[in-house]
Design a protein around this ligand. Structure first.
Ligand SMILES: [Zn+2]
Length: 229
């Protein structure tokens, strides 16, 4: 289905078919409805290669800007290709407060590279974040992290060939220049693996010890109140 903007009729087709997208504002996977559509007459005059349309998120009503490539300029109509570029990507979230400070700084920047589709910058920052976390884990930290990552590979059922570049990024000992080039799919796996690693090594520990501390606090409060009664 093509999106067609018509000089006389305005939107001719394609726009009533709504787009499903993860909203960069509310994070919900929502339908997007067209909110602002360029004027076909001025497009036909200037013939830009790309055209921007603003959609509205059905969940939070925020405006979401999408860029479409023009397929063809005909007499009175502009045909847009259906695939588009999201100008604002959803931000990746994580329970950063549980991470060691240095690791947190590196990982925040890694996620911001990922959100901007800079997958190799993302890989470089993942290596720095991983190294910083090994140091924070102390002696044997890297080995422990390696075992956690292998367990994650096993749980997710990722084959060795697919997983090799992920391991190379996280545990390779060579220079930054030797990092493998990652595409979107590989970067997505790396993202989930590193999140899982940090969850296992820091978030889980932090949440569990905090929760137990809270339980113990209430137990000792109860004791105190029994004794004073
Ligand atoms: Zn939204």
């Amino acid at each position: 289905m093509m999106i067609i903007l018509d000089k006389e009729q305005g939107i001719e087709s394609g726009l009533e078919e709504r787009i499903g997208l993860e909203c960069p504002y509310c994070g919900v996977y929502a339908h997007m409805s067209p909110q602002s559509v360029p004027d076909a007459a001025s497009l036909l005059r200037d013939k830009p290669k790309h055209v921007g349309l603003v959609y509205q998120c059905d969940a939070c009503h925020a405006p979401v800007f999408l860029r479409f490539a023009v397929r063809e300029y005909a007499d009175n109509r502009v045909e847009l290709l259906r695939n588009f570029v999201e100008l604002e990507r959803p931000k990746e979230r994580f329970a950063f407060s549980y991470l060691p400070k240095h690791t947190e700084v590196m990982f925040r920047e890694a996620l911001s590279c990922y959100s901007n589709n800079s997958f190799n910058a993302f890989a470089s920052m993942c290596r720095r974040a991983a190294r910083s976390s090994f140091a924070a884990l102390g002696e044997g930290g890297k080995l422990r992290a390696f075992e956690e990552v292998l367990a994650a590979q096993d749980i997710a059922g990722i084959d060795d060939e697919t997983f090799a570049p992920i391991k190379a990024v996280l545990f390779g000992t060579g220079q930054q220049e030797d990092l493998p080039l990652l595409n979107r799919a590989q970067a997505g796996i790396l993202l989930e693996i590193l999140k899982d690693l940090f969850y296992q090594c820091f978030v889980r520990h932090g949440k569990l010890t905090r929760a137990i501390k809270v339980r113990q606090f209430f137990v000792s409060e109860e004791k105190n109140s029994l004794q004073s009664a």
